[in-house]
Design a protein around this ligand. Structure first.
Ligand code: F6R
Length: 582
């Protein structure tokens, strides 16, 4: 969702901020803007559309300034218009603000500011006017921002600029903000990779923080936390480049085997500690949204197979479950971004529970909220659709679950088997089958993804990928329920893509026969070609990790359908990478 970057330094800040904001494009946006301070003046340049178009149209890259900030907006309050794009300014044009989040009490705040002129429909615009009021009452710029941060409700982070100040002031609450420290200046940004070309020294901010940055460093103006140490992050700018790949998505799909090999050959005994926390729990709840929910479903299903009480929930379900969850239950949170607002908002419902987080973003709101943080270490994921973070989080959640029920040896052996068998997945014959299938289904408007047990969970993830990046309506259905209604949707030529692993093979074949009898077409993802299949993509077995090859095939299938329809899979319409609104 919205992306923020600002820089104050002793050199021209504009190329650094423009480079950084391009690094935030992956979050999804519909308009772009920046504020540039020259002397005692702030210039605001903004428009709807892609960053490059706005830069070129307004010659933003030709300017000089030691302090600037930029913003990509993903519309929530107010439509996609130039007026609603950030930065937004006060009446005098001396204060500019970029913002990520929602100010829940903005209507009430606005009512008290009848004497101010507002130009947008956004909630954000109250911020520069509130700072203006505080300053008119005699407060300094920095104190004014602190005071405003105390008056707004809801989760939101923002950065404010004042034409008479040499500092940018940043407020973090809910939405991500980090600092990047250089010898020559300081960045404030929505994420670390946006400034990795310039520094790997990072200060993670905490909810409730207000900090000011200038050429010499940063100053904490308000905080509930005592530690703002400088961390050295160990991934390089190369990790966030496409290399020879056409899209980040295919790069990230192909990286998965390497990540799995690394995991299979590394010391994972550190998982024993969270596993022991889980082993003492009365019940285990696994919480996540979208693909992270599917990763949770997989681990919960595997736990139940071993007789352990576990349920995967989406954060919105917690409201309904709150009376059932006891303090003795342990919660596992799964999130790529660590910033999913639906989960953050639901945290008070599980405040008394021990929480283990499988999260890909260190320093994120969720990584700071759990008792035990497990870093996915999947590297930065730029494709909007989760690929490697789904696979790694599902594997980690399964490993910890298996460790917690004394199945460590089996889990580790299956992981090694997965690593070996993946060499047979990434081979030309499988790619050919996937590409052939992609060209066969690309004109479809409806697809069904089927399976039973874990195969059904793979189908859920497959259908989500297909919807997101190919815009085909794709529905996952548990094969057992097909005959209870959905079968009515099958007619001559309707495609069903079935995950068939060994466990439920015979039952699955019976269901597929019902589709075949109605002249439906069946694409099988299985370890062997079955007569019932019209076409077939060869998967691999890997014990409890057999879902991994199935899902990787589905990711590739969705990718090739997307590309053949000339869709940009890295930036699917209407979607954002971190969902920081409710
Ligand atoms: C699907 C996808 C989304 C995310 C969901 C949760 O490809 O990317 O469904 O999985 O928005 O995001 P995180 O994992 O950041 O909490």
């Amino acid at each position: 969702m919205c992306g923020i970057i600002g820089y104050v330094g002793s050199e021209n800040s504009i190329p650094l901020v423009l480079d950084g904001i391009k690094g935030l494009e992956y979050r999804g946006y519909d308009s772009f803007g920046c504020a540039i301070k020259t002397g005692n003046k702030i210039e605001i340049l903004k428009d709807i559309g892609r960053i490059n178009k706005v830069i070129a149209g307004q010659s933003i890259d030709k300017r000089l300034s030691s302090m600037s900030m930029a913003h990509t907006r993903w519309a929530t309050n107010g439509g996609v218009t130039k007026e609603n794009a950030h930065p937004l300014a006060d009446c005098s044009g001396k204060i500019a603000v970029v913002h990520n989040g929602i100010i829940e009490n903005f209507s009430d705040l606005k009512k008290d500011m009848q004497n101010h002129s507002f130009i947008s429909d956004t909630d954000t615009e109250v911020l520069p006017h509130m700072i203006e009021e505080e300053m008119a009452n005699g407060k300094s710029f920095e104190d004014s921002v602190v005071s405003v941060s105390n008056k707004i409700k809801g989760f939101s982070s923002f950065v404010a600029m004042n034409s008479d100040s040499d500092s940018l002031v940043a407020v973090k609450n809910g939405s991500p903000l980090v600092l990047g420290i250089r010898d020559k200046g300081v960045f404030v940004s929505s994420d670390v990779p946006s400034f990795l070309n310039y520094t790997n020294k990072v200060v993670y901010l905490f909810d409730g923080d207000v900090v000011s940055i200038n050429t010499t460093g940063f100053k904490v103006l308000k905080s509930n936390s005592s530690s703002h140490k400088v961390n050295i992050v160990n991934f390089s700018p190369k990790d966030v480049e496409k290399g020879k790949n056409k899209h980040f998505m295919i790069k990230e799909i192909l990286e998965q085997h390497e990540l799995i090999t690394k995991l299979a050959n590394s010391d994972i005994s550190y998982l024993r500690e969270p596993a022991s926390i889980m082993s003492l729990a009365k019940k285990i709840y696994i919480i996540g949204s979208g693909s992270s929910f599917h990763a949770g479903l997989m681990a919960a299903n595997i736990l139940r197979d071993f007789g352990r009480d576990a349920t995967a929930l989406q954060p919105q379900d917690l409201y309904n479950y709150s009376k059932l969850i006891t303090d003795e239950d342990v919660i596992m949170l799964i999130s790529q971004s660590g910033e999913t607002m639906d989960i953050i908002e639901a945290l008070p419902l599980i405040k008394n529970n021990k929480k283990i987080g499988i999260i890909n973003t260190e320093g994120s709101t969720l990584s700071n909220s759990v008792d035990y943080f497990i870093n996915m270490n999947a590297g930065h994921e730029k494709g909007v659709a989760a690929t490697k973070t789904f696979i790694i989080s599902a594997i980690l959640a399964t490993l910890i679950s298996m460790f917690s029920i004394n199945q460590e040896t089996e889990a580790v052996n299956d992981l090694k088997l997965l690593d070996i068998n993946l060499y047979n997945l990434f081979v030309p014959s499988v790619y050919d089958a996937i590409k052939k299938t992609a060209s066969e289904i690309k004109k479809e408007t409806n697809l069904f993804f089927l399976g039973r047990g874990n195969d059904y969970i793979s189908a859920l993830e497959a259908s989500l990928k297909m919807k997101e990046i190919s815009y085909i309506h794709a529905e996952a259905i548990d094969s057992a329920t097909f005959k209870h209604g959905p079968l009515a949707l099958i007619s001559k030529g309707t495609y069903s893509i079935a995950n068939v692993s060994d466990r439920f093979k015979e039952l699955e074949i019976n269901n597929l026969k019902e589709i075949k009898a109605r002249n439906g077409k069946i694409i099988g993802i299985a370890n062997e070609r079955l007569d019932i299949f019209d076409s077939f993509i060869r998967s691999q077995s890997a014990g409890i990790f057999s879902f991994v090859p199935q899902v990787i095939i589905s990711q590739l299938l969705a990718y090739y359908v997307s590309v053949s329809k000339h869709i940009d899979p890295d930036h699917p319409r209407n979607l954002a990478k971190s969902v920081t609104t409710k």
